[in-house]
Design a protein. Sequence first.
Lengths: 483, 423, 577
Amino acid sequence: MGKKIIIDPVTRVEGHGRVTVHLDDHNEVSEARFHIVEFRGFERFIQGHPYWEVPALVQRLCGICPVSHHLAAAKAVDRLEGLDPEDLSPTADKIRRMLHYGQIFQSHALHFFYLAAPDLLFGLDAPVEQRNVAALAIANKELARKGILMRKFGQEIIRVIAGKRIHGIAAVPGGVYKSMTAEERDYFLDGQELPSVDQMIEWSLEVLAFIKNYHEKNAGWLDVFAAYTSGHMGLVNADGALELYHGRLRAIDAQGNITLKDVPDEYYRRYFSEGVERWTYLKFPYLTHLGRDKGWNRVGPLARINVCDYITTPLAEKERQDFKAYSGVMPNNRTMFYHWARLIELLHCAEIMRDLLHDPDILGSDLVRTGQRRSEGIGVVEAPRGTLIHHYEANERGKLTRCNLIVSTTHNNEAMNRAVREVARQSMGGHPSITDAMLNQVEVAIRAYDPCLSCATHAVGQMPLQVSLFDANGILIDERLRS
Amino acid sequence: MKKIVNFTIDGKPCQAPEGENLVKAAAANGIKIPSLCYYEHIDPPLGTCRVCMVKVDKKAFAACTIKAKEGMQVEFNVPELNDARKAMVEMMFAEGNHFCPACEKSGDCDLQGLGYRLGVTISRFPHLFLNRFIDYRPKRIVVEHNRCILCRRCVEEVNTKDGFPVFSFLNRGASTEVRVDYDQEAKLDEEEAIKAMHLCPTGAILVRGKTQPRPRGERKYDLQDAGQTVSTPKAGMAPLKGQPKKVIATTSLAGCFGCHMSLLDIDEELMDVIEVVDISKSPLTDIKKFNRRCDVGLIEGGCCNDENVEVLKAFRANCDILVAVGECAIWGGLPAMRNFVPLEECLNEAYGHATSDLEQGKVIPHHEDLPELLDRVYGCNEIVEIDYYIPGCPPDASHIWKVLKNILFGADYSIIKSEFKYD
Amino acid sequence: MTTTHHSEKTLLLNLLWACQDAKGFISNQDIFDIAAKLDVSAIEVEGVCTFYHFFHRKPAGKYIIYLNNSILSELKGYAAIRKALEQATGGHWGGVDATGQFGLFDTSCIGLSDQEPAMLINFYPFVKVTPERVFQLISALRAGASLAELADTVEDHLRYVPPGDRAIFFRDFAPGRALQRLTTLSPQQVIDEIREAHLLGMGGAFFPTADKWQICRNNPGEQHYLVCNADEGEPGTFKDRVLMNRLPELLIEGMIVGGYAIGAAEGIIYLRAEYRYLLPRLEAAIATYKQLGWLGQPTPAKESFTFDIRIQMGAGAYVCGEETALLDSLMGKRGEPWPKVFFPVERGYLGQPTSVNNVETLCAAARIIELGANKFRSLGTPGSPGTKLLSVAGDCRFPGIYEIEWGMTVGELLGFCGAEDPYFIQVSGPSGICVPAAEQSRCICHEDLLCGGSVMVFNTQRDLLQVMINFTEFFKKESCGVCTPCRAGNFILGRKLDLLKRGLARPADLEEIRQWGQLLGVASRCGLGKASAHALINAMQKFPAYFQQRVRAKGREKGFDLDRALGDYREAVEQTS
């Protein structure tokens, strides 16, 4: 008969998830799944609303990365009004970029310090009561303080640009609502009320030093924990560098061969399909031409570092080279390296923000451009957790008629399920009794992906859909593809 | 020159020209009677919104329908009437579908402003979730019926240059709606259309291309009375070293996690808080089940599936006090936009499109390990009793913590207008 | 409010009726044509059209069938008749059948409470309907039979008048007796006599008629108007129906008396559409008085007086029984009550001084002038002299009209009407109050219990909550929709009552119903709204045990039916597996 282990809810992640592990009579893991239990229906219910409300509305998909949705939607709305990203004024482009990098900075800081750090600092076997940010703050005041202030910095960037920290409004169709004042800029530079952006760079380097040291000490388990091969996807700029705001889609396979060659973001539809399972509300995107089994990609920091040729800011580029040196020639397929990759991006964001803060364009007054209405608009950004695609259609009267969102974490659905299976097998397989530490290991694997499950469960779509049917014994009995 | 008459408001002697509208007369005497449909030009006054209820010589009237006369005794600031006026505003929130977070008029909206002024955190009435539509057909104007409070200003005031009304009420009773004469509307020029947009007290009338949601900061109700308090001020949290820590639990039901993020937005202050507060069951800790009684439970998000309901009931059973944090927990919030779409349609759109060639038909996720979906999104107080409500999307961090400290430690607090928002 | 006379626009309802009668609905083209003819926005015409229940914007059939859904109809067999109608016609409720011949619709009380279940087909009355009769009717109509022939004759059911010479209305009548006195009385003297008699308005407001006529007369204006409110819409009221059927001349005579008193040149009868079958009787009565020289020409009254009367049909709106809403309807508008900034006696029909009086009031006025104020005063009670017509129906052996002297007790009335095992009576309809049958000694008079006319008797088998839900639904539909408390408040109260019905209510819900009902009373814009929660609060006061039994205390959880909420999802899943 076997038994079923349930981890419910998965904690220290954003949103709702549940893990079930099925053990057979020999206590071997026969199945392990990561169920996404939410369904909200955003893409259906925003139909019918005026398209210019969308950037404010879709932020409510997620409270950690609302800015990602705001900007992806804004880019799509720009196009609905006949403006491509390159048509915006320099001030508008840079204000939006500052906002974007600010939010990635705070999101990465949040994830590392508030959510993931307890596992890394206290160890996988730490008691339940200790595995949280409060215990961290008591055990290591200085580290916690830095983490809090780093998140604060990012949040303050957002607040100044968008009016408030969470669910603010910065973009208008064709540009931005306002630019920065000199006082606001100085607030981030002078280090008086708030640690300066230079301090942020310094602390990012410190925490990178910490993680590299951690990897050296724990290479034994970090190198093999939830390690499996997959494709990777991210945006790159025209020169193949890491690009988080606007670029082209690139994907590589586990060996590093290009599977999606720097495709303009507007063509995404040609390349992706989605699968459905009965046991989760989240779908499974994959590259159509590679099929469901081989076509799925990881997204997010690890994937982005794998996919890019280099990073445009010097300190982060050096860190990337250290990372590459450790990983080897092939793409890094090891789940736990997400943390390291994430911290490289943290540093990169700080450097970009510093450059932008010193750029006079952010004080500019040319804010909005106008264009001719189009019926369709697509906006793609790299959210903290991965590639984010917003696609809208609106009629000439302004009514939103169609909406398709492919949200970062969705791409990692298959990846997280693999991770859960791998870790469950390794940690639980064959053991007569299951400990809390074993269960936590499964969650540690999931946490590495920094999943944003609320985002992922907007859950609608008109992608080509593949449906798999399994019988009671789990044998595949049917598969259909619809386009 | 009109004769000046003497009258009283709550015993205070007042003066005004005879026959002056009472709302105007009171304002001239320093008493602001809240009103929504009142618009000076319209005579006789509309008296539709009922927000300006007062008593004149012991009988209840809408103040806007009263003219100043000698010797009249007006009651305004008495508990029964204060509550009646607040109830009217709450009723409007419950009748329409007022999604402040996505609205162009948020921050400039008179209904919202009145809610702030009267301190409305939740409507005492059940939200009706009536399916209203958005009319895109007019040439310049878009009519967002979800936000219409049927005040009639547009019906009375918006005419073409050649004197034809553009708006009218249609139907009757609960089906009453404001509709546009498309031929007449087409005659309006841009300036006239924008005037109609400003005339409307909510965001129900929009002019294409001339409006969009605006950020916090310089909107009418961000600036007006920004420093004014919603409740009386006093000192902050008393230091409590050595006492047993208070215990709080938190959860995000059908929420976006934004309220939890706002909770963390006290930044460094968090270090002080954790000295006196323990976080028990919460997405921020690994405590997955209640292992002890909690002083306060913070609920983010409404209920959209049976698991949410279960968790909410567990919170009610294990926490002394439950606080609904944010609009979603209070009445459903943005996810409640799905309440107007039959669930089957939502599911079909996500999973069922064009799979009819599949032998067994379309597949809707359904599994013993998946929660089942409710027919609509519910606010938390439809399921359990809630003790406090903190409005916002998400609520301001300082607002949340002021309320929490008050509940946990009895600290008095004052919420100022800039912290009290619905968006 | 209009201040300029625009005669064509005021007759908008008649233009709409012409289209409705001609083809069973009012088309888009009709709307545009009428708008062009009247030189108004099309949306205004549409606004008026869609306000009224009997104007359809989509084809409603050759035979439009209205089955009334008042509580008495509900208790006497509404459900069975509705089912029979659907079966017989093959149609669905709320629309037309496949052949387009039969339209099936609900309507509010049609004033035939003593003969339920009752329905109208193209405004011909059908009473005490049975399912068998339904099938017969539909067949007959399909075969081309005439509606006029198939229609029922509506009985008056006059059950009781005060004994001896104590009746006022239903006593011997011959046209002209009151008018005879006008040859010697000045208008002021007429008003004085009415004042002497202390006549109170019989429509439900009980405002002293003499005062109304006096103020109206004294107000300056180009023209004065007398309007007869024959929009008897309060469910359970059918006294005016009987008056107009049995003594239409008395009404006309009363209007002439009133017109003379206030100095009006025109009288208008606003007749509810549901009483269309009474038109011939009224028109004949008008013709009679023309012949007698009292209409349409200078009259033999003491002071110069030329008066004419026309009839305006309503189009299905309970709220038009409210005098200001009625006046708006008369002027071709939506029937929306006015805020009390000024009154009709000052500025009414077309902005002129107008007195709106109930049918019964005008009939009483004629009788007072005929018989003298003293006679009137000698009956009834000091606070409410004279007699009153009550329309009694429900669980009683003798439903019908009861002319009583003011002062009769509830117990006596219940005895006379043959009430069977009574539980409570609803006095003055859904906007009135509920009186437990145990309160036998309550006195129907100004000093204790005023009644506008409607008396509904309910026996102990009846479910109080069902009655209250019916009343709340009524107000929800009939609300004019202008003010928030009535429009939204009744809807909200309906939801609360639904909780009670499903057994999910808690004690706090009862308290909320009471508070919210009171709020409607304070904040509503007009009498309809103010009274709409009256019956409910009242019932909760009188029958607390009944309501207590209906609540379930569930600790800190609320009444939430999880299984019901999961129904949609489970159904969707089942359909795909």
